[in-house]
Design a protein around this ligand. Structure first.
Ligand code: ZN
Length: 473
């Protein structure tokens, strides 16, 4: 019996080896990020592979052992990428060779990903733009938002105009990093009618950025500017590089029950989630890295220990700020959409683990709920959500401006008016009257509320921008 078990064990092993030896490339996908291009080969089984670079002309060669190409290599979205074309060959009977013809040199990095809930075996080849070959890579402070020249421009064509950094002065802008969840091959939650969380949250993030950038003293930076994947740890890194004073991650997840509805705001918890939903969401968010692959990024033990110490030192302070700003955002959201929980929840989201930057995760609604999914796709609701997040963030920083910022200067000069920063229009009021009453310019009042004309309606809620007694340009 023993021997028979051993023999059948060997047979299984043999079959497994056979599987390694013959895998089909079932499809090829391509995603463009600001500094790299990701090629994904969907496979019927695990493969061995080898990637190398050739020059004059620039090419990348991907050799895959024992694979058969069952997918089309044309029709990929190559615009704004350094890739000119993909072609396949067979240098010997056991090898599939994919040649990537390049318009500009790149640095390749490849790894295999094991199957998960969404995908099977994958071979991922990331082609990183080289310094100098891409204006996006060499741009200094605002890489995600600069509009680089071809051939390597980000996919997103209609980014809002970026405020140029103010003339050198000690009064810097408060920087808000806005992180649209998911992206690229990680669609996030998928709602009824195939509405993707990754698309909805990017639209909300861009609207929020537009609103924040219209406010003097603030600058918003998008962590993800288009449809591509960023590992969770990289997201907080990008925020730190941009000098963020606050990190806001925007989501619209699914719940186990499709009837669940309402918005919620999360801050990090180091002692476990405050509710079952929080735990469930944290699990599915953190799973994102398994879907997109965090590449070869890993912390060695030394880094981990150092990180732990730093975390303890600054986590307490940034957590109380996170809870504070989270509560302000939540109560503003409560005016325009039902809330799932009335208090800020705490959960172990990886994306919130910046020890030095207050961080919140905003669930704008449950995309698994049919009526919320419908609402989340409308421009009007997206604007209202962005406005409520913006109001909460603004209130927090008016009360707690980081030293050296324009907002701190305004407060110290007694120029930030206390009281409500929203106004519900009553009969007989005009926009000009309100501008005068709140001591703001007509133009800033218009832009804070995206008004195309000066017509306002009774009952309409207007956002009131920060009061500046100084004359406006
Ligand atoms: Zn999400």
């Amino acid at each position: 019996m023993r021997i028979r078990a051993l023999v059948s064990g060997l047979l299984v092993l043999f079959v497994a080896l056979q599987a390694v030896a013959a895998a089909d490339v079932q499809s090829v996908r391509l995603w463009r990020a600001p500094d790299n291009t990701r090629l994904v080969f969907d496979l019927s089984g695990p493969v061995k592979h080898n990637v190398f670079t050739l020059e004059a002309p620039d090419r990348i060669v991907i050799d895959v052992s024992g694979a058969n190409l069952k997918a089309q290599l044309d029709g990929l979205p190559l615009d704004n990428t350094p890739v000119a074309a993909l072609r396949a060959g067979q240098p010997d009977a056991d090898t599939l060779r994919v040649v990537v013809d390049l318009k500009a040199p790149v640095s390749p990095k490849s790894f295999a990903l094991a199957p998960n809930q969404q995908y099977g075996h994958r071979l991922v080849v990331d082609l990183y733009d080289q310094q100098g070959s891409s204006p996006a890579a060499s741009a200094s402070r605002l890489p995600a938002n600069t509009a680089p020249a071809s051939p390597v421009a980000p996919v997103s064509p209609n980014l809002p105009a970026v405020k140029l950094p103010a003339t050198p002065s000690s009064k810097r802008d408060i920087v808000i990093a806005i992180d649209a969840g998911h992206g690229g091959e990680d669609p996030g939650a998928i709602g009824p009618g195939k509405v993707y969380e990754k698309s909805v949250v990017l639209q909300i993030a861009k609207e929020l950025q537009r609103q924040i950038n219209a406010e003097k003293g603030f600058r918003a930076e998008l962590v993800r500017t288009g449809d591509y994947f960023i590992p969770l740890r990289k997201r907080t890194e990008i925020a730190r590089k941009k000098g963020a004073d606050l990190f806001v991650s925007v989501h619209a997840d699914a719940a186990p029950r499709s009837s669940a509805y309402g918005a919620s705001v999360f801050a990090l918890s180091d002692r476990g989630a405050t509710s079952e939903t929080a735990r469930w969401l944290a699990d599915s968010e953190n799973r994102s890295d398994l879907i997109g692959g965090a590449g070869n990024v890993s912390l060695d033990d030394k880094d981990r220990m150092l990180a732990g110490v730093l975390l303890d030192l600054s986590m307490t302070a940034s957590l109380s700020s996170s809870l504070n700003v989270g509560q302000k955002v939540l109560s503003n959201m409560g005016r325009i959409t039902p809330l799932h929980k009335r208090r800020v929840e705490q959960a172990g989201f990886m994306v919130l683990k910046s020890p030095d930057i207050p961080s919140i995760l905003v669930e704008t609604g449950f995309i698994s709920n049919p009526s919320e999914a419908k609402k989340l796709q409308t421009a009007g609701h997206q604007q209202a959500l962005a406005r409520s997040i913006h109001s909460g963030v603004k209130q927090f920083f008016h009360e707690n401006p980081p030293p050296g910022t324009y907002i701190a200067w305004l407060r110290d000069a007694g120029q930030i008016a206390a009281g409500p920063r929203e106004h519900v229009v009553r009969s007989g009021e005009s926009l000009a009257l309100l501008a005068q009453r709140y001591q703001v310019s007509l133009a800033s009042l218009r832009s804070a509320n995206q008004l195309k004309s000066d017509t306002i309606k009774v009952g309409q809620t207007l956002a009131i921008p920060a009061t500046t007694l100084a004359s406006q340009p």
